[in-house]
Design a protein around this ligand. Sequence first.
Ligand SMILES: [Zn+2]
Ligand SMILES: [Zn+2]
Ligand SMILES: [Zn+2]
Length: 323
Amino acid sequence: MKANDKNIRFWIQQIIFPIFIVQSLNAQPDNLKVQKDSLEPFVMVLGIAQDAGYPQIGCLKSCCETAWADSTHKTWVSSIAIVDPKVRKWWLVDATPDIKEQLHFFQKTTQGQYPFLPERIFLTHAHMGHYTGLLQFGREAMNTNLLIVNVMARMGDFLRNQAPWSQLVKLENIRLWSLVPTIQDVLSEDIFVEPFLVPHRDEFSETVGFHITAGKKKYLFVPDIDKWSKWNRNILEEVQKVDYAFLDGTFYNENELAFRKIAEVPHPTIEETMKLFVNESSDVKKKIHFIHLNHTNPLLWSDDQQKLLHKAGYKIAEQGKKY
Ligand SMILES: [Zn+2]
Ligand SMILES: [Zn+2]
Ligand SMILES: [Zn+2]
């Protein structure tokens, strides 16, 4: 290369190009901000109902009336997507009976920017609403190849040894990876997931909740727990540590199950949870987003009840919303 060419290259690389960059930065601050924001990791809520969904099978009462009549009132079973736009990857928490709709919705709403299947699926426990969606990955449906499913030890034994789940493992539709309580799993440079045990009716598996870090934001996901008082952690402190807390909101109060003993299906009622947080600031209360709502929970169908909850400073998780 001639000395002259070198000089020209120097001018372009060191002087003209940087000036051009600075000018474009100044000229398009809004566009760049949008671009930057769109690379921020987030959590998307893919459903907010209890295991049986909303409306619930066999329910002809007023709670499910509107949802049977108008499908826009239907709600999928509680589940969240953890999304990292920087690496174009996402992870799913819980495989619900509505997984077919939920994966389709995620693909559509993110305009195909992510692979159809999540990088991995994290399961909380072996109750109907949290793992039975795995069947959609089997031979009769999607026939996936080695989709990674992160599970606790008992949950893993259950899936490996009980049909029909064992077939998914044998045919390598799914591959089970273990979760270890309180050990942080690094999903990407910006995403960390940490499971913790919670007390629940553990017939077939243990139950976990998740602490999630996605970029600058921290989340708590506890869709199912028997009672806050039975937990070895303090829910007040746990909520204070995060930006968003998706908490078990199965029942609004004790009067909801007229024909069944509520003690057989223990949950902290929303009234109990609100009582615990009554002296907390509004900044703490507004972190709480109730999820996993039973069809009997008036928050699913009563505008008045929703207004009361918002007035008290709390929120309901919204299906399809980014947090
Ligand atoms: Zn559940
Ligand atoms: Zn109902
Ligand atoms: Zn459960």
